[in-house]
Ligand binder design. Structure first.
Ligand code: UTP
Length: 278
C-alpha cells in the first residue's frame, strides 16, 4: 500500500520556548521567512502527500488560520507558494483534548489513517532535503514501519529517543529496541529518532496499550517498543539537515544557518555577521 496520508502533531505546550509560546503555538514560530509548520506541510507536499491531518489543541487556532487560502491585497512569493500547495492538498484538523503526550496525540489520527501506512512529521521539526520523501522511498522497499534517525554526539544521547539496531544495508538498520533519553552509559547507539516516521496502522493498538510514562504522558517511543515486538521495524539514517525548533538555542541556530543559506537575505546576513567580528 502506498503512503498517501500525513499526520502532523502540533498540540504540545511548548514550555521550553516560553514566553514566546505563551499566547502563540510553538509551531507558528518563524524561521527566516515562514512559520515552522509551513515547512512541515511543504515537506509532506513535496514528498507526494495530498491528505494531511494536523493535530492541534488549546491555544493553537493560529495554525488553522495560517492554512486558509489568503485574500491579502499584496502579493508575496511565500504566500503564493503556500496557496499553490493548498490548491492541491486537503488539510484536516483535530483537537487533542488534553496535552497527554505525543503518543496520545497520534491516537487522534486513527480514523483519518484507517488501514493505510502513514507519514508522521513532528510539527516543530524541519528537515532539508525533505526527509519524508526519502523515508517513503525506503518504506516502498521494506513495507513496514520505518523511522528516521540521525547521528548525534555521544554526550547528547540523553536528549533523544535512541535506537538499538544492526545495519542491514547502507543507511538502513533493523531496530532491536528503542530507549527514550538514555544516559551516556546506557545508550545502545548514537542514532537518535529525529521526528519523521512511516508507520503502519498497527501503531494505534500499541498506543491503546501504552501506559502513561515519563511526566504521566503517553510516550510514542513506548508504543513503538510494543510495535517492534509485533512487526519488523527499520531505522533510516538521514544524512540531511534537521532543525529542532522545540528549544530556544536550536531555534536560534536554525534561523542563523537557514538565513545564511537563503537566496534573498543570505549574502547580507553573511556580511552582517562578518562585520560584527565575532
Ligand atoms: P515535545 O516533545 O517537544 O513537547 O513535542 P511539547 O509539549 O510540545 O514541548 P515542551 O516539552 O513543553 O517544550 C513534540 C511534538 O509533539 C507535539 C508537539 O506539538 C510537537 O510538535 N505534541 C506533544 C502534541 O501534539 N501533543 C502532546 O501532548 C505533546
Amino acid at each position: 500500500m502506498k503512503v498517501k496520508k500525513a499526520v502532523i502533531p502540533a498540540a504540545g505546550y511548548g514550555t521550553r520556548m516560553l514566553p514566546i509560546t505563551k499566547a502563540q503555538p510553538k509551531e507558528m514560530v518563524p524561521v527566516v521567512h515562514k512559520p515552522v509548520i509551513q515547512y512541515v506541510v511543504e515537506e509532506a507536499y513535496y514528498s507526494g502527500i495530498r491528505d494531511i491531518l494536523i493535530i492541534t489543541g488549546k491555544g493553537k487556532r493560529a495554525i488553522e488560520d495560517h492554512f486558509d487560502r489568503s485574500d491579502l491585497p499584496k502579493k508575496d512569493k511565500y504566500v503564493d507558494e503556500l496557496d499553490r500547495i493548498l490548491e492541491e492538498v486537503d488539510i484536516f484538523f483535530v483537537r487533542q483534548k488534553e496535552q497527554k503526550g505525543l503518543g496520545d496525540a497520534v491516537r487522534y489520527a486513527e480514523s483519518f489513517v484507517d488501514d493505510e501506512p502513514f507519514a508522521l512529521l513532528l510539527g516543530d521539526t524541519i528537515t532539508f532535503p525533505p526527509c519524508t520523501k526519502e523515508l517513503i522511498h525506503a518504506y516502498n522497499r521494506y513495507k513496514t514501519s520505518i523511522i528516521a534517525v540521525e547521528e548525534v554526539p555521544t554526550e547528547r544521547v540523553s536528549l533523544y529517543g535512541i535506537v538499538a539496531c544492526k545495519e542491514i544495508e547502507n543507511n538502513v538498520y533493523l531496530i532491536e529496541d528503542l530507549v527514550e533519553k538514555p544516559s551516556v552509559d546506557e545508550a545502545p547507539s548514537n542514532l537518535a529518532i529525529l521526528g519523521r516516521y512511516i508507520l503502519t496502522p498497527e501503531i494505534f493498538d500499541c498506543i491503546h496499550e501504552t501506559k502513561p510514562g515519563k511526566s504521566n504522558e503517553i510516550q510514542l517511543t513506548d508504543a513503538l517498543r510494543i510495535l517492534n515486538t509485533r512487526e519488523k521495524m527499520y531505522a533510516y539514517l538521514f544524512k540531511g539537515k534537521r532543525y529542532d525548533i522545540g528549544n530556544k538555542l536550536d531555534w536560534l541556530k536554525a534561523n542563523i544557518e537557514m538565513a545564511l543559506e537563503d537566496e534573498e537575505v543570505g549574502k547580507e546576513i553573511r556580511e552582517f555577521i562578518k562585520s560584527m567580528g565575532v
